[in-house]
Write a protein that binds this ligand. Structure first.
Ligand code: GAF
Length: 383
């Protein structure tokens, strides 16, 4: 991948670039909690967006998307959302840096990667975070990794139209080899803890579908959670987000909630508690309890938060009968993408065989099955 990006850069722009990469992520548990100021447990994985980049002194941003063989060029004074969908992830980052008062002179950039698109593994966050990290380095902008994550998150809000939380960009920038990151999305404090899964592995199965309502429903969930907070804060003005809400609060005011909003809020409050319990289970190497929490998370996402889909449900249901799978659930925003599974190492082949025999993607293919290696966050590469 690095060679391909560098040689494409040399062919197109005729000089030697610096090369950066930023990873995609998995999330062990804690879904749709980040934008509710709650807890998440992501980890960066060995799938990356790569960037070959160099200032050009021409007053132009010149991008080449190696995976689609497409170009996009714009003068530095004209940063605005584009009709070219992929360019928005990059332009959004520049726009946010400019909004922070930084001067971003023209540069050339070839990028590409191997984070599957639409699989819930944060290919877009890897692109935003990777460019943010690269620009911070080449122009000496002085942002911290957390500030870069916030810039990348705002880029997604403003230029991609998805009002995402901080989890994906955070994980792409802060990943640590063999560690999961337990993040408190309210204080932004986090603790990387070593993931010692003994004789288990984390395996993703890609449904091969991404339903088109993913981003509109995502933004709707955010609004529904806010609607719940607005009700509860009339009674307790210290409530700023669902993170500050207890199940008692919800029960006490249930009559004021529509049934949908109540279920959304209850899911989030319960999921936050699951992340805390899951952290404890993992440190005690109690994989059975951890697995149960994963299933509960999935059922909540399916029945109360309503962001799953038949393909994800089918893959999770398939594992319920397999005693060598300790836990399984949909991962990420939902409406397609991957399930995350914790599987005993001695049965990985059996698991793979079972999935292949019982699930086909909508175009009739065998689903992609990925064994995850937990990796470092965004970095400069020596090539
Ligand atoms: C997507 C978003 F980008 C994240 O911020 C997070 O909300 C996730 O969905 C759901 O947990 O990946």
């Amino acid at each position: 991948m690095v060679e391909r990006i560098v040689s494409t850069f040399k062919d197109r722009f005729g000089s030697d670039p610096l090369v950066f990469r930023a990873p995609g992520r998995v999330n062990l548990i804690g879904e749709h909690t980040d934008y509710n100021n709650g807890f998440v447990m992501p980890a960066a994985i060995n799938r990356y967006a790569y960037f070959a980049i160099k200032p050009n002194g021409l007053g132009l941003y010149r991008f080449h998307a190696a995976d689609f063989r497409r170009d996009y060029t714009t003068p530095v004074y004209k940063i605005e959302p584009s009709n070219t969908h992929w360019a928005n992830y990059l332009l959004g980052v520049i726009a946010q840096m400019v909004a922070e008062g930084k001067d971003i002179p023209g540069f050339d950039c070839v990028f590409g990667g191997d984070v599957p698109i639409g699989a819930g593994m944060s290919s877009s966050a890897a692109i935003e975070s990777g460019l943010a990290f690269a620009l911070n380095h080449i122009y000496g902008l002085g942002f911290t990794r957390m500030q870069l994550a916030q810039i990348a998150q705002r880029a997604e809000h403003e230029y991609a139209g998805v009002k995402c939380g901080i989890m994906d960009q955070f994980a792409s920038l802060h990943g640590k080899q063999n560690h999961v990151l337990q993040l408190d999305c309210r204080s932004l404090e986090f603790e990387p803890f070593e993931l010692n899964m003994d004789n288990h592995s984390i395996i993703l199965v890609n449904t091969g579908v991404k339903h088109s309502l993913a981003s509109s429903e995502y933004n709707k969930r955010r609004q529904e959670c806010q609607a719940g907070v607005d009700i509860l804060k009339k009674y307790n003005n210290s409530i700023q987000s669902l993170r500050d809400v207890t199940i008692n609060d919800l029960n006490n005011h249930k009559r004021e909630f529509s049934s949908k909003v109540w279920e959304r809020c209850l899911y989030v409050v319960e999921e936050n508690q699951r992340v805390v319990n899951a952290g404890r289970a993992l440190t005690q190497k109690d994989f059975e309890s951890f697995g149960k929490l994963m299933y509960q998370s999935h059922y909540g996402l399916r029945d109360m938060y309503e962001v799953s889909c038949p393909e994800l449900d089918k893959l999770v249901e398939l594992t319920e009968k397999l005693d060598y799978v300790v836990g399984s659930r949909m991962m990420g925003g939902g409406f397609g993408g991957c399930t995350i599974n914790v599987v005993e190492n001695s049965h990985i082949d059996e698991f793979t065989k079972c999935v292949k025999e019982n699930y086909k993607t909508p175009d009739g293919k065998i689903p992609q099955i990925i064994t995850c290696v937990i990796s470092n966050g965004a970095e400069l590469l020596v090539y």
